[in-house]
Design a protein around this ligand. Sequence first.
Ligand code: FES
Length: 160
Amino acid sequence: MTFSPDLEARFARLLESYPPGRRRSALIPMLMYAQDEVGAVTGEVVEEVARRCGVTPLQVDEVVSYYSMLHRQPQGKYHVQVCTNISCLLRGGDKLYEQASRKLGIGHKETTADGRFSLEEVECIGACSWAPAIQVNYDFHHDMTPEKLDKLLASLEKIQ
Ligand code: FES
């Protein structure tokens, strides 16, 4: 599998930043960078990253299964992740998820027909102090309210 020269350079810098014998430490960032370029963590990506990190494809599969930010299928342009874990739940995270689902017309792990939005109900995203929290792609949105969520979705709809 071939990656872009930019991604190859990133991979090289990553692998150089860990001591010899610790290439596996680059696994998660490599998967995320590859996902950004390819659109998903495909079987080919798994094989290639496993080879470069000196681990088995099964070990990579286990990592992909565990982390909600890694996806085997392409997501929408805006991947909306709503946390409904305990801190967020206590502050209305479940209602925000329902609101997002209603507004977008899709459910958990679904993508809108135009490919613009995908939605996912996720476990804790590490922003409990600012619950309820939502993540869109790499951006976090804290202290979310129904009004803020409406504004956020409307602003994303406007972006071309
Ligand atoms: S419980 Fe939602 S960010 Fe931790």
